[in-house]
Design a protein around this ligand. Structure first.
Ligand SMILES: NC(=O)c1ccc[n+]([C@@H]2O[C@H](COP(=O)([O-])OP(=O)(O)OC[C@H]3O[C@@H](n4cnc5c(N)ncnc54)[C@H](O)[C@@H]3O)[C@@H](O)[C@H]2O)c1
Length: 504
């Protein structure tokens, strides 16, 4: 019999002053219309080092259409859009994922209600995604967080959600992310990015959505040889299917705004990192490899630099744009302060407390020397002001990583040694239920029981248990069993665990 002495301890983003090193580009406009121009580029800034090729500098075009982007003006300068301040019910897609889960958390913390739609795909470990949803359900309860698991392209499914949940505000973070996998399978990217976004736009216009915010990407800039990327640059020459789908979403969004007057903000994120970060991205990968004493590959002499943005700054930009609908707008959300690869590695070494084993490799063809977001438009119109210095952000990310590693080690030890698990922690935490799930998945535990039900609700249990692996009948059975045991006053997961073992 094993007692689990686990303490819940999440790391949340804080703030620290950071200097902005990027020169701001002036925004050109008429009295109430922004003259909008774009420039070409290539290369993703989502992964480090970049693995894409440089764009042709001759393809830089000043397109300057004059019918885009109403921007309130004040003596020729964009001014901050006045924010909507009332309580909202916000549809947050992709909230099982990294950025979406933080956005949902932030909206809920300030008093909004959230409707989550996520298909919980296996692009990376689905336990991470389930645990993100379970954390939100545990923290805010099923009255304020509703979770619908499914594909945004499933028309009856998503239509029903719009009809029943009264959605008027949308933060669309769901997508297939990642540059390299998009080259392997472009079709899934067209499905989850272009088709899903179009489906949401169509429903948003039918249901009179007040503000629609979606995630674009700095990848649309490709491998531009410019040092600072501006929304005014032409981005008509994507170099990966991923970037092409993000640019397509921007085009479709503009069309819907033009035809139906929808307020839409497309946000070009620059390499987002932080607790719960995506495991396929460089910040997580480097921290993980250094912490485990594994070799990291440094492409080039370490002088290339990237603009990394800490998660709390990105979330602040997302929420600010949701609150400030202003026609059709594209905003860069970055830090505006690039960090070199060698400084990045040094900071990881310092924070983890272990020297990195570095293999220096030749620069990859097409690696861009530097990426940097021009964030002057978001500063002016949204009041966006990234405040977390990279060193501070890396420390917070490493703290989260180490906490999670300790948790996983505890779970593995339990799974190796226990036949029965009695959890005495109060309240019942996401991590504790995850341990129970691990046990059942390993097929080792005969039973699992918890001393108290204070934090337990059915939706919470339902979300943490590996639903996708059960038949509908098994899910109903599990729900009934959990309801029955919770009604007794205590919680006994024994029967649920049997159902789960059976399901596996
Ligand atoms: N993380 C970054 O640095 C970064 C940079 C630029 C842009 N972005 C964009 O920001 C958004 C969020 O990125 P993230 O890093 O949190 O990614 P993530 O993979 O952690 O989250 C995306 C979520 O969307 C869900 N999803 C995908 N397709 C779906 C579909 N068809 N129906 C329902 N759910 C679906 C996934 O299950 C996942 O939970 C994405 O649109 C991404 O392209 C991220």
């Amino acid at each position: 019999m094993t007692h689990i002495p686990f303490k819940h301890s999440m790391v949340k983003g804080g703030s620290m002053a950071a200097s902005s090193a990027c020169p701001a580009s002036p925004t050109r406009r008429g009295s109430c219309t922004l003259s909008y121009s774009n420039s070409s580029s290539a290369g993703s800034t989502e992964s480090f080092p970049s693995d894409t090729s440089c764009g042709d500098s001759e393809s830089v075009i000043d397109s300057s259409p004059d019918d885009l982007d109403y921007i309130p003006t004040d003596g020729g300068l964009a001014t901050e859009v006045p924010p909507h301040t009332g309580k909202k019910t916000v549809l947050v897609t992709g909230a099982a994922g990294f950025i979406g889960s933080w956005v949902a958390d932030t909206l809920l913390a300030r008093g909004d209600d959230v409707v989550i739609v996520d298909e919980v795909n296996s692009y990376y470990d689905v336990r991470t995604k389930r645990s993100n949803v379970a954390m939100l359900l545990e923290k805010y309860g099923p009255n304020r967080v509703k979770f619908f698991e499914g594909d945004l392209c499933d028309a009856p499914f998503i239509t029903r959600i719009f009809e029943t949940e009264g959605v008027e505000w949308v933060v669309h973070m769901a997508a297939r992310a990642g540059v390299r996998p998009s080259i392997e399978d472009p079709f899934v990217y067209v499905h989850s990015n272009v088709e899903a976004t179009t489906r949401l736009l169509e429903l948003s216009r039918l249901h009179g959505v007040k503000s629609f915010v979606f995630a674009s990407s700095s990848s649309v800039y490709g491998g531009s040889q410019k040092e600072v990327f501006s929304e005014k640059d032409v981005v008509d020459f994507p170099v990966s299917p991923y970037a092409a789908t993000k640019k397509s979403c921007e085009l479709m969004a503009h069309t819907y705004s033009h035809l139906y007057g929808l307020n839409i903000a497309g946000l070009r994120f620059f390499t987002v990192y932080g607790p719960r970060g995506r495991p396929d991205m460089a910040p997580y990968k480097f921290i993980d490899l250094v912490a485990r004493g594994q070799e990291i590959m440094q492409f080039g002499d370490g002088s290339t630099s990237r603009d990394y943005t800490y998660i709390s700054d990105i979330v602040d930009g997302v929420v600010r744009s949701l609150d400030r609908p202003a026609g059709y707008q594209i905003y860069n959300l970055g830090n505006g302060s690039p960090v070199s690869l060698s400084s990045f590695i040094k900071l990881v070494e310092k924070s983890v407390g272990t020297p990195a084993k570095i293999r220096v490799c030749p620069e990859q063809p097409g690696d861009v020397p530097r990426t940097c977001a021009d964030i002057s438009k978001a500063r002016a119109m949204l009041g966006y002001n990234p405040s977390v210095a990279f060193a501070d952000g890396i420390d917070k990310t490493v703290g989260w990583y180490q906490n999670r590693a300790a948790m996983n080690a505890a779970a593995a030890a339990v799974a190796d040694n226990a036949d029965d698990v009695i959890a005495e922690e109060e309240p019942l935490t996401v991590e504790l239920l995850s341990l129970c799930t691990t046990q059942a998945a390993a097929g080792r535990a005969r039973s699992m029981s918890c001393a108290s039900a204070s934090a337990l609700d059915m939706d919470f249990c339902d979300s943490i248990l590996p639903k996708a692996m059960m038949s509908q009948q098994q899910q109903q059975q599990q729900q009934q069993q959990l309801s029955a045991t919770a009604a007794d006053g205590g919680v006994n997961l024994e029967r649920a665990s049997r159902t789960m073992s059976y399901a596996y």
